[in-house]
Design a binder for this molecule. Structure first.
Ligand code: TRP
Ligand code: ZN
Length: 875
């Protein structure tokens, strides 16, 4: 551990309001790659609730030049300074503190604070990056108005942006110029941003419901100016949707988005000046897939929605992060559901939650959506805070209905606009606006782990009564983290419907939400003619693992008849999982595998169903992922799972060869690329079908894939074909990879795909391929997108990453150690791939523990990686 970092944990229970408030900030930047001078004048006012006249301002990696209070310079004995802060004592009730510091953007590789990306300046302040720019109360409950003056070279920085409105600009002579920005809305420091450099603007406008015209500006590097229209349209749709659904209007006259290549996360909601990973802005059909288009629309919406849920109403402290993130993810999910298909969106989200969040919630990083402590806050931007947090918000929506939820949100804004609040404040607004008591619902915020919901049925023929007994329990968790012990039952809204067992018709009068408030309860349905088939946890109405003993026949029935799309899909997944897990066991027992007749006929019915849209069909025909299947094994056997799943895929490819061929040709006959929803759905299904055909390895099939690869007029089809080729053992593989590289080597986002496709290949030589790619001239450890496309994608490749000899583990650990000093956030995310090690056999566990120890012992290890590795080792 280096002397500059503290590995001290911060606790939620230690929250104290600040000793001073900061009402206004004036910042001046004299931009220079190595020595940027930052002058800050902060107007502070003593917090009357606190007795202290001492103010400790956070600051890291700053070279202090001068400090003054109300214009009087302080000498070095009048303040104290450490690696983390600047402390002033005996301050008056109000005063203006001026500091001058030097920072070095070009040597800042952390991508937090002020840094350079592709030669331009940019900032990232959430969660605690502002303290790398100037001394400040860098905490979200301190909200101030900002006035920002930017000065730089006209040649290298023709464009200079910051939050709010541009109020002045002038020439300074000497080839330098100055721009002044003012943001009238008080905001916490994490929402500050500046961008300066050589950028071009794609412009649009939006007229708000009350008739104000807002200038929309998307700023990108000049070569990308033709790739912004989709992002602009996405922004316009988001603005309209938030007005229509929640009555929320945008508040400034300008909204800017900047795309940068080097970025640790997806995007950042800085007030009036969002900064985006270029991956979530730039799109043309030839370079971005249908999924990319969808993600761009969703991330643009997410950041836009933060303007109300995050910026206008923000978090009191970082433990409350889910207050803004869970709520905003829920809002972007609803938005995407409205733009595309609610059923397909829900299935995508639930399957993502199971693959990512469920795993996190059962390992060393298990934490409540509102954590109790952290060493590095950056480690808590997790699937739990975001995705499970969104599920918790969704439960209010389910319990209150859309109108009740809207009443709650209206009251939340009425009470808390322009302030920094807690999850309790949100829960209180939802309760008070609807005359509800959500006291017990608090447990969802303080308990970690995924509850199991056991459901049993009883049919009383004499009384014509059907009953469902619901019982909940938490699986035990080792590690002793907060929120993992002494857990109590949580309120669970369980949406249920009954189907007639003969006709499959929905018995509408029996559809309802059962509210389980205790450990166990029985709910009775009366007035039935015969025992119905129950569809339980419709729409995945609570984030639990459903445990219900169902026969293959019942699951097949639900696959065919359930009117709830999520459950219809899930019945198929459950049936497939059952059979695949049995087959994985057969593999280890040396029993010959076969495709069950039951599954074959259920699969055939889905294949021939013309009543569902193509995107749903694509999902229903896709077998559960190996990582999801592994969660159901006592000891994960990645090789047996892979063998079993590949056996199923190739048997299905063989049995339905003719049907798949016919489907492929029908779906491929679409003609030139179009990006309407029907065409997108058809491409999705077509590529799933091609995946099944690819299991046959025949010349006919390889020619088909090759043909799609060569003729594709869009990246969706091109990438799909390339991924299939990447798994094969044919010369076409190398030719296609080379051709793809030649065609796109100037486009970093497409080259990311080229790396990811190879890292995802399940061929036996996968690790060696990845190792070689780390030596490729285009592999760059300073660019998070590139690192994630190779190493991140590799850790998702269960069968290769978990190769029994540990070569994959060693490869990852080597790179974590190479990256951690420069970019702790990125390294910590990579190392978290080891978190599931307890779920594997003793030999794999021992190898991973060895790698974790090697990392833990690394001299000067950054605190982000330290925190993850320590938690893993003590789990
Ligand atoms: N608040 C951002 C979002 O959810 C994400 C974010 C958090 C982030 N920390 C970050 C982005 C660090 C970049 C770097 O939209
Ligand atoms: Zn967010």
């Amino acid at each position: 551990m280096t002397a500059t970092q503290s590995v001290q944990a911060v606790y939620r229970s230690d929250y104290q309001p600040p000793t001073y408030w900061i009402d206004n900030v004036e910042l001046e930047f004299d931009l220079d790659p190595r020595e940027t001078l930052v002058t800050a004048r902060i107007a502070v006012r003593r917090n009357a609730d606190q007795a202290s006249h001492t103010l400790e301002l956070a600051g890291q990696h700053l070279q202090l030049q001068s400090v003054s209070v109300d214009g009087t310079p302080l000498s070095a004995n009048e303040y104290s300074i450490s690696n983390e802060s600047l402390t002033l004592t005996e301050l008056p009730e109000t005063c203006v503190i001026e500091t001058q510091v030097l920072v070095s953007p070009v040597s800042n590789k952390t991508l937090s604070g002020l840094y350079q990306t592709s030669g331009n300046y940019c900032t990232q302040c959430e969660a605690v990056g502002f303290r790398r720019i100037t001394y400040f109360l860098d905490r979200p409950d301190v909200m101030a108005t900002y006035r920002v003056t930017l000065r730089a070279d006209k040649k290298t920085c023709p464009v200079m942006l910051s939050n709010g409105n541009r109020i002045a600009q002038r020439d300074l002579g000497d080839d330098r110029h100055e721009v002044v920005w003012e943001d009238p809305f008080p905001k916490p420091s994490y929402l500050f941003a500046l961008v300066a450099g050589n950028l071009k603007c794609h412009r649009g406008t939006f007229t708000t419901a009350s008739g104000r015209e807002v200038a929309l500006e998307i700023w990108v590097e000049p070569q990308n100016i033709d790739k912004c229209e989709h992002a602009l349209v996405s922004l316009q749709k988001s603005m309209k949707w938030d007005e229509d659904v929640f009555g929320l209007e945008y508040d400034l006259d300008i909204y800017m988005i900047v795309a940068v290549n080097d970025f640790n996360m997806g995007a950042m909601e800085n007030k009036g000046l969002n900064v985006f990973n270029s991956k979530y802005v730039l799109a043309l059909p030839e370079t971005a897939t249908d999924e990319d288009y969808m993600l761009i629309e969703a991330v643009i919406a997410h950041e836009y929605f933060h303007n109300w849920t995050g910026n206008r109403v923000t978090c009191r402290d970082w433990f409350q992060l889910t207050l803004k993130e869970g709520l905003t993810v829920f809002r972007d999910q609803q938005f995407t559901a409205d733009q595309t298909s609610a059923a397909v969106k829900r299935i995508d989200d639930v399957s993502g939650l199971r693959a990512g969040q469920f795993v996190e919630d059962s390992g060393p990083m298990a934490h409540p959506i509102r954590p109790e402590s952290y060493i590095s806050m950056d480690n808590f931007y997790t699937a739990t805070v975001y995705r499970k947090g969104a599920e918790i918000v969704r439960m209010y929506h389910t319990m209150l209905g859309p109108e009740g939820f809207r009443r709650g949100l209206d009251l939340y804004f009425q009470r808390h606009d322009n302030s920094a609040v807690t999850c309790d404040d949100f829960r209180a607004a939802m309760a008070d606006a609807n005359d509800m008591n959500f006291d017990r619902f608090d447990r969802w915020y303080s308990q970690a782990g995924t509850p199991e919901l056991f459901v049993s049925e009883h049919w009383d023929a004499d009384k014509s009564e059907f009953s469902l007994t619901l019982q909940q329990a938490y699986p035990s968790l080792s590690g002793g983290n907060p929120g993992t012990t002494h857990r109590k039952p949580v309120p669970l809204p369980v949406r249920v419907g009954l189907l007639d067992a003969n006709s499959g018709d929905e018995l509408n009068e029996h559809s309802r939400v059962l509210q389980l408030e205790t450990e166990s309860e029985t709910f009775t349905f009366s007035g039935l003619n015969a025992k119905p088939i129950a569809s339980v946890l419709r729409g995945f109405s609570a984030p639990v693992r459903l445990r219900m003993d169902r026969s293959d026949a019942e699951l097949a029935f639900l696959m065919a008849h359930d009117t709830d799309a999520l459950n219809r899909w899930d019945a198929g997944q459950t049936l497939a999982a059952k059979l695949l897990l049995q087959s994985a066991k057969d593999v280890s027992d040396g029993v010959e595998l076969k495709l069950s007749e039951h599954f074959r006929s259920a699969f055939a019915r889905v294949l021939q169903d013309d009543a569902v849209d193509e995107a749903f069909k694509a999902l229903a025909l896709t077998l559960p992922r190996e990582s999801v299947l592994g969660q159901e094994m006592d000891v994960i056997d990645p090789d047996a799972l892979h063998t079993a799943r590949e056996f199923f895929r190739s048997r299905l490819g063989e049995v339905f060869y003719t049907e798949f061929m016919a489907m492929y040709h029908a779906l491929a006959a679409d003609g030139a690329y179009q990006n309407d929803q029907t065409s997108i759905n058809r491409r999705r299904l077509k590529n799933v079908v091609l995946g099944y055909l690819a299991t046959q390895h025949s010349d006919e099939v390889i020619a088909l894939i090759r043909n799609q690869f060569e003729r594709a007029d869009n990246m969706t089809d091109k990438q799909a074909a390339l991924s299939l080729l990447a798994d094969l053992d044919t010369p076409d593989r190398e030719q296609a990879l080379a051709a793809f590289y030649d065609q796109y080597h100037h486009d970093p986002l497409v080259i990311d795909k080229w790396f990811a496709v190879q890292a995802g290949s399940q061929r036996a030589d996968g690790i060696e391929q990845v190792r070689q790619l780390t030596e490729h001239q285009d592999f760059c450890m300073e660019n998070p997108n590139r690192v994630r496309s190779l190493l991140g994608a590799f850790t998702q490749n269960q069968v290769r990453f978990h190769q029994a000899d540990g070569a994959g583990y060693q490869l990852l650990a080597d790179y974590v150690l190479q990256i951690e000093a420069a970019n702790p956030q990125l390294a910590a995310r990579l190392v978290a791939a080891f978190n599931s090690y307890r779920r594997f056999d003793a030999s794999r566990q021992a190898i991973i523990r060895g790698e974790l120890k090697r990392i833990a012992d690394h001299p000067g290890l950054c605190k982000d990686v330290h925190e993850i590795v320590q938690r893993a080792l003590s789990f």
